[in-house]
Design a binder for this molecule. Structure first.
Ligand code: CMP
Length: 408
């Protein structure tokens, strides 16, 4: 077998290696020698705005594996030598070096948690808790909503993980009222690592410690989170993977997983996981693709939240819908959205009165109109320009303010 050669690229100090916003990114880089500065136009709160990477580190993976535009700019700080990995070569790389896959998966999982926390903070001004004692609050939430099977699950898990807590007696009381056992029945096993769940069942609950990830074999799974109210984060289907974050970060579950119809999953624990990454590179590739897509969406959401003008956020929200579907930007390309003005106002999170005024303003744009109640754009490239204008404007305003504060 001939050894696979990866491309080596050398860059002089101060040269740009990748540029944020550039489309059709089909490769990523692993640093062989030298230092690279990686930055974003809209640094995420809590993230180091000028991360410096060195030998063994990687960058450009999210855009390469998700097929979206670059979300970061990388500049050589000194003369650097890089390994360039094309998307199609990823499986080969993992087979040769499974440790790289594990490093990327761990790093991405951490990033995703950081981004999720920043989104929750910016959207709901809530602090993100990471303590199993909050299982009690989830139980109380579902109790109030009269979704008793979820409440039972949350209280049972609360008692398991917090047997001596100020709310323990209340949780026991609630379970007795609901005529439910105090402990959780073990999941039904259908063989090796296969599990079957009936419709409308909690596979796991937000805040629960977890040491397994799941691959959906059949059926659908909802990922939800309580942020004041229950928020639906995603509906996952056959082949999708979930539950990797708690497994990799040793932190409680960041969201709940609930079946939508009968579901079969493959449950993989930590030691099986590392073996599987080695034995089945396609699993690691799929997981990195999924994480890349989620990180891309989370970053775009954050970028959107940082736009100060409401109309700018509206344009950018429409652009995100187009980008998610990976529609190619070309002049005079039309697009019919599957949402109307109400859904758009909701997505942007504007109160209805404010939203109505903004919709009047949006529809004054000759490029946007309503077609049978759905929004219609007659030139998506023009829409992209409008969104970019507002993104840049907000970034400039923020920079100006930072500089002003520095000078005070
Ligand atoms: P974990 O934190 O272990 O448990 C909840 C899981 O939901 C999490 O791992 C991810 O697999 C998944 N998850 C979290 N946030 C999202 C999201 N925004 N979109 C899709 N899946 C998510």
């Amino acid at each position: 077998m001939t050894p696979i050669q990866f491309k080596v690229e050398n860059y002089l100090a101060n040269s740009f290696i990748i540029v944020e916003g550039k489309k059709n990114a089909n490769n990523f880089y692993i640093i062989r020698s030298g230092k690279v500065r990686v930055m974003k136009e809209n640094p995420v709160a809590g993230e180091d705005p000028f991360t410096i990477f060195g030998p063994g580190d990687f960058f450009g993976v999210v855009s390469c594996m998700s097929g979206h535009a670059r979300i970061e700019t990388a500049i050589a700080l000194e003369n650097v030598s890089l390994i360039s990995v094309d998307r199609e070569m990823f499986g080969v790389l993992i087979q040769k070096n499974p440790a790289v896959a594990m490093k990327i998966i761990r790093f991405f999982s951490r990033k995703l948690r950081e981004f999720d926390q920043a989104i929750t903070h910016l959207t709901f001004k809530n602090r993100v808790e990471e303590d199993p004692s909050h299982l009690f609050n989830i139980g109380e939430y579902y109790m109030k909503k009269r979704v008793f099977n979820y409440a039972v699950y949350a209280f049972q898990k609360f008692l398991k993980h917090c047997p001596k807590n100020e709310n323990t007696d209340t949780a026991i009381q609630r379970l007795k009222t609901l005529k439910a056992p105090l402990s959780v029945p073990e999941p039904q096993s259908t063989g090796n690592m296969n599990r079957a769940y009936r419709d409308n069942t909690m596979i796991f609950c937000e805040f629960e410690p977890g040491n397994e990830l799941f691959i959906i074999q059949s059926g659908k799974v909802k990922i939800t989170k309580i942020v004041n109210e229950e928020v639906l984060l995603a509906v996952l289907k056959q082949g999708d993977i979930f539950g990797e974050m708690a497994l990799l970060d040793n932190k409680p579950r960041s969201a709940s997983a609930i079946t939508f119809g009968d579901v079969e999953v493959l449950a993989i624990n930590k030691s099986n996981f590392e073996n599987m990454v080695q034995a089945q590179p396609q699993l690691a590739t799929r997981l990195i693709q999924i994480l890349s897509e989620r990180i891309w969406i989370a970053y775009r959401q954050l970028e959107n939240l940082m736009i100060r003008d409401h109309i700018g956020r509206i344009y950018d929200t429409l652009l995100i819908q187009i980008e998610k579907q990976k529609i190619k930007m070309a002049p005079k390309t039309t697009h019919k959205f599957d949402i109307g003005t109400k859904e758009l106002i909701n997505m942007v999170g504007l109160p209805p009165e404010k939203g109505d005024i903004m919709m009047v303003q949006l529809l004054e744009d000759k490029n946007i109109r309503l077609d049978e109640g759905k929004l219609f754009c007659s030139d998506i490239e023009e829409l992209e320009k409008s969104a970019l204008f507002f993104r840049k404007k907000s970034a400039m305003e923020r920079k100006r303010e930072i500089n002003k504060n520095k000078n005070i």
